[in-house]
Write a protein that binds this ligand. Structure first.
Ligand SMILES: Nc1nc2c(ncn2[C@@H]2O[C@H](COP(=O)(O)OP(=O)(O)OP(=O)(O)O)[C@@H](O)[C@H]2O)c(=O)[nH]1
Ligand SMILES: [Zn+2]
Length: 216
């Protein structure tokens, strides 16, 4: 089962279960499209008018794409790209775009993730860090869980000296509806190992995610 619908799992269980690609449950696409059609009627629309004729299919496809992380696994996305390397300095991948969906309203969470780790004999292909973010973001999420899942995945895969993840994001459910606060954004962090234990390591990470790159 997927993480978001198994709140009883510990983070270690969650990392393990992420190794196995999840299958979509057996609801037919026709049933999903029918549900969107019902929504349209409930909203006061005519689902048979020309502009809306293909909308149930489009909405279903869009939602399938936005939640494709349920069908992905760490094992597949890694493709073996964990290498033995005698490196022990911080590795940071910054400014990873995040497009997720909040589980309360299925509205976009848009932001960036910054992910660092300090190796302990193993390094991971850099693109795989962004792919891990992508896999967890493309599920129904709360920002806090997205942040800890990324950290726990790296911690579980590499057993590094430490992992640090910061996610900065704006939630459309707080911008377009509800409390309507455009410009508000949320910062969440997950620190593991030396990043949790040693404030200087954490400070170094925080400084590195604040400075501007020279090539911009
Ligand atoms: N902690 C956390 N809360 C979130 C996230 N995304 C959405 N929420 C919040 O989830 C809460 C759901 O509250 P409810 O009162 O059940 O729903 P609601 O009536 O739609 O709430 P409002 O947004 O305040 O109108 C809201 O406070 C949202 O802002 C997230 O990633 N993390
Ligand atoms: Zn929401």
């Amino acid at each position: 089962m997927t993480l978001s619908i198994r709140p009883d799992l510990t983070s270690a269980d969650q990392v393990l279960s992420s190794f196995v690609a999840q299958k979509r449950p057996k609801v037919t696409e026709a049933e999903m499209m029918q549900a969107v059609r019902t929504l349209l009627i409930g909203l006061g629309e005519d689902p048979d008018r020309e502009g809306l004729k293909d909308t149930p299919k489009r909405v279903m496809k869009a939602l399938q794409f936005l939640t494709k992380g349920y069908t992905e696994s760490l094992d597949e996305l890694l493709n073996g790209a964990v290498f033995t390397e005698d490196a022990n300095e911080m590795v940071l991948v910054r400014d990873i775009d995040i497009f997720s969906s909040c589980e309360h309203h299925i509205l976009p969470i848009i932001g960036r993730a910054h992910v660092a780790y300090i190796p302990n004999g193993k390094v991971i292909g850099l693109s795989k860090i962004a792919r891990i973010c992508e896999m967890y973001a493309r599920r129904l999420q709360v920002q806090e869980r997205l942040t800890t899942q990324i950290a726990d995945a790296l911690q579980g895969l590499l057993k590094p000296q430490g992992v640090a993840v910061v996610v900065e994001a704006t939630h459309m459910c707080m911008v377009m509806r509800g409390v309507q606060k455009p410009g508000s954004w949320t910062v969440s962090s997950a620190m593991r190992g030396v990043f949790a234990e040693d404030y200087r390591t954490r400070e170094e990470f925080m400084n590195l995610i604040r400075h501007n790159a020279n090539f911009h």
